[in-house]
Ligand binder design. Structure first.
Ligand code: T3D
Length: 271
């Protein structure tokens, strides 16, 4: 694993970046702090997501953590949450550092997979929830840790949680802050897949590479699903018409239909 992959304009070793087979793999790399998010790591994540957006060779993003944790949320040891005018500072940090990452994931018209290798707490859980698909290790866990320190869920957790697991469970998780095991996360719909710890890296890469081989319409489907979160049926049917009109005009749609007629596997190029 290289600290920073070629082509990524970042010198931050706290985010390891690799490219392979159309996948931009981002490894949160502060294992001694369970990959807690300091400014440097947040900045690097923002930059990497801009690269993913702008580089047509990137067709899927995979986010995982180094060591035994996925991400323990905001770095509480940095002192940022205790000094000065805390209300002003926290609002500024959420807008400047966290929102671009969460929006960067959701607005990226390419799939983003979280391979959750260990505990995902606080904004680390929000980061996982913002991704399109979550595959997690058997030993992983999810904690809405905010309430444990007197804070409110942020970085999109209050948006994603009720939509993923319903309001009652979202309230339970947000208000009690108890850890959810991988098995329970699968049962309540927080994650897509649970795999043995030793298989997580390979399974995460396999899923991301499969998505990276998909057609341009994968990204358009993501746009449709984003819109579905905030639309009524009439509006959503209209969005589907617009997006299908875009999809049908892609090279990949021509390839997909041609390959079906010719009884062969489609070779999608993501355009
Ligand atoms: O301005 C802003 O940034 C606002 C944004 C806020 C968003 C948020 O995310 S608020 C929520 C912040 N996160 C937390 O409250 C979680 C804090 N961590 C924990 O509760 C526990 O570490 C875990 C439940 C996640 C894991 O517990 P455990 O027993 O497996 O590990 P540990 O021993 O607690 O942690 C291992 C080390 O990581 C330890 O360091 P040490 O003692 O070995 O030197 C611990 O201090 C460090 N660590 C864990 N989480 C954080 C952290 N260091 C800094 N910040 C952390 N969030």
């Amino acid at each position: 694993m290289t600290a920073v992959a070629a082509g990524v304009d970042s010198t931050a070793p706290v985010l390891a970046v690799e490219r392979s087979a159309g996948v931009l793999r981002l490894t949160l790399n502060r294992p001694s702090r369970l990959n807690a998010l300091d400014d440097e790591l947040l900045d690097a994540l923002g930059v990497a997501l801009e690269v993913a957006r702008d580089d047509t060779a990137v067709r899927c993003v995979l986010i995982t953590g180094a060591g035994r944790g996925f991400c323990a949320g905001a770095d509480l040891a940095s002192g940022l949450l205790l000094g000065g005018d805390r209300s002003v500072a926290v609002r500024e940090r959420l807008q400047r550092l966290y929102a671009p990452i969460i929006l960067g994931i959701r607005e990226l018209e390419k799939p983003v997979v979280a391979a959750v290798n260990g505990v995902a707490a606080g904004a680390g859980m929000s980061l996982a929830l913002a991704c399109d698909l979550r595959v997690c290790a058997e030993s992983a866990s999810f904690i809405q840790a905010f309430v444990r320190i007197g804070l409110v869920p942020d970085a999109g957790s209050t948006f994603f949680l009720p939509r993923l697991v319903g309001m009652a469970r979202a309230a339970e998780l947000a208000m009690l802050g108890d850890a959810v095991s991988a098995a329970d996360a699968l049962r309540i719909g927080l994650v897509n897949q649970v795999v043995p710890d030793s298989d997580l890296a390979a399974e995460g890469v396999a899923l991301a590479e499969r998505l990276a081989r998909g057609p341009r319409s994968v990204g358009l489907a993501k746009r449709a699903l984003n819109l579905a979160l905030v639309s009524d049926l009439r509006a959503q049917l209209s969005h589907e018409e617009d997006l299908q009109a875009l999809a049908i005009a892609t090279e990949d749609a021509v390839e997909g239909v041609t390959a079906f007629i010719e009884k062969r596997a489609a070779d999608f190029r993501g355009r």
